[in-house]
Design a protein around this ligand. Structure first.
Ligand SMILES: C[S@@+](CC[C@H](N)C(=O)[O-])C[C@H]1O[C@@H](n2cnc3c(N)ncnc32)[C@H](O)[C@@H]1O
Length: 198
């Protein structure tokens, strides 16, 4: 792993345990992803790396009307959502302005610069919320998911993903916030999980 990847892994572990620590890391992480934005799509995104998210989305029982991809980067998962469900309103949000600029260049979905620790959306705004290789801020994920809505969390290289949270931990955190576990998935080299909000 590069220094930046090791740093992302360290921050993920710290913030999942203690979300208030994010304020210490927001600046360096944002600058790090701003630096990577111009090469991200070409070097880090592929259909194979999206396979775990695809597997979780395949299990959604009905098409969502409003979908949010958190930590969208260059918008790869937002575009998957828009391709799958052309009638849905798809939004991608990311703390890195440079990533959002790339996402807007690559797709016509709505993209916002925003922080997942304090999402700029009303409670219950989305039928599906996705996170691919993204630090989960569970309180905010739970807040913006509509009752009956779903959350899909994927890690494209499983435990080797720099931003990685064990699925048992993801499941437990979501269950504590009123979600019911639907299933875990293994696809490509990665892992994912789907949960439904009661
Ligand atoms: C590893 S990249 C994954 C990008 C994208 N999901 C993908 O699969 O290509 C993590 C992304 O999360 C963003 N990010 C990290 N912390 C964030 C936060 N608190 N709020 C919003 N975005 C965040 C970063 O800027 C970066 O674009």
């Amino acid at each position: 792993m590069t220094w930046a990847q090791r740093f992302a892994r360290f921050v993920t572990g710290a913030v999942v345990r203690a979300p208030f620590l994010w304020r210490l890391f927001r600046g360096p992480m944002t600058r790090n992803f701003d630096r990577l934005a111009s090469e991200w799509q070409a070097t880090r995104v592929s259909r194979e790396r999206l396979a775990p998210m695809d597997a979780a989305l395949d299990a959604l029982p009905e098409p969502p009307q409003r979908a949010l991809d958190v930590g969208t980067g260059t918008g790869a998962v937002a575009r998957v959502l828009a391709e799958r469900w052309p009638g849905a309103e798809v939004t991608g949000v990311d703390v890195s302005p440079a990533m959002i600029a790339e996402a807007r260049r690559l797709g016509a979905e709505r993209y916002d610069v925003g922080d997942a620790s304090k999402l700029p959306y009303a409670d219950g705004s989305f039928d599906v919320v996705t996170l691919n290789n993204m630090i989960p801020f569970f309180d905010e994920v739970a807040r913006v998911t509509a009752p009956g809505g779903h959350v899909a969390v994927s890690f494209s290289m499983g435990p080797s993903t720099p931003i990685w949270v064990p699925l048992e931990r993801v499941r437990a955190e979501l269950e504590r916030r009123g979600f019911r576990h639907v299933a875990d998935f293994s696809a490509g080299n990665g892992l994912s999980l789907l949960a439904r909000k009661s």
